[in-house]
Design a protein around this ligand. Sequence first.
Ligand SMILES: *Cc1c(COP(=O)(O)O)cnc(C)c1O
Length: 401
Amino acid sequence: MSHRAGRHFLQIPGPTNVPDRVLRAMDRPTIDHRGPDFSRLGRAVLDGLKPIFGTHHPVIIYPASGTGAWEAALVNTMSPGDRVLMCETGQFATLWRNLATRLGLRVEFIAGDWRHGADAAAIEARLAADTAHEIRAVCVVHNETSTGVTTRVPDVRAAIDRARHPALLMVDTISSLGSIEYRHDDWGVDVTVAGSQKGLMLPPGLSFNAVSNKALAASQKATMPRSYWSWDEMLGPNKGGWFPYTPATNLLYGLHEAIVMLNEEGLDNVFARHARHAEATRRAVRAWGLEILCADPREYSNVLTAVVLPEGHDADRLRALILDHFDMSLGAGLGRLAGRVFRIGHLGDFNDLTLAGTLSGVEMGLELAGVPIAREGVRAALDWLIEARRPTALPREVVSA
Ligand SMILES: *Cc1c(COP(=O)(O)O)cnc(C)c1O
């Protein structure tokens, strides 16, 4: 392929653009992971992650993709044949369900239409009917990356509490952590699953389990076979900043820098920035005359927007055209949404002008692909970004990017 001038726009909802500061931080020698320098790095990232998860409890780091942390959450807490309750919010919830099934768990999957978040009322009803307390865990995806729908985790917690049910609450935050507000402790989550390559602005390759005391206690009784994923093996060495096997040292350098960056900006400002860009994107989509896949405005994702194309137009063809002409990657429709939707990622290392460029590429692509739109989307988004900058328009934290 010939040289393409300028930067590639990686606007899929993960992996996200890796900031130069993170790339520079990783561009260092790999050190002895049993030597004295390493333990300082290990302790710094293990401690530094806790406020990002909103927890005072341990966070475990695996050299693995997010899928590994899904598996770790289950094999550490469950026994063969245990029942778990999951919700069909989209492709990622479906993949977690498939993984749990392959591990030998009995999964009940509450059906969904891929346009809504987890149904707290349905969870409450199912748990209330489970008087024998056979269901061991409720697993939900916080930000369903295939649909652009965010589940309100506190509502799920409240549903479990109203049913007075002892099931563990496990939450996949792979695409929300560091982008949308999340509070592991305050929301009563037992295991939080996360990954490096989305809101944390790192390359793929790290994933995480944040673990409550209740989850730790469950792990002492759980009998699923586990070795590589075992929390026990990790927690001992982690106290001194060590790992039981070779950690992904250079990714940990990057993680350290990403934590510093999130703290410099301030997590609340990071969340407000994502909210501002998400709202601007939705205004663009509506102004184009296209449909947002998420059906409930209370569940709009601040991380990505999935856009439905009109009947007779192929979203994959549109994405190929935009990649070809404008060197921008957009997210494909996944699973049952293939060809019908495309996804605009607006998360991570991302500012007003990145959004303006992204939406300009989409608008030009829609026009070139012959999708009937009003060419008003970019304008509507810019209007919103301007409003957000006016001194009196919004609380200060919303405008300080
Ligand atoms: C990306 C993603 C995953 C999968 O993570 P991998 O790192 O690809 O294994 C799982 N769940 C959600 C919500 C995601 O966004």
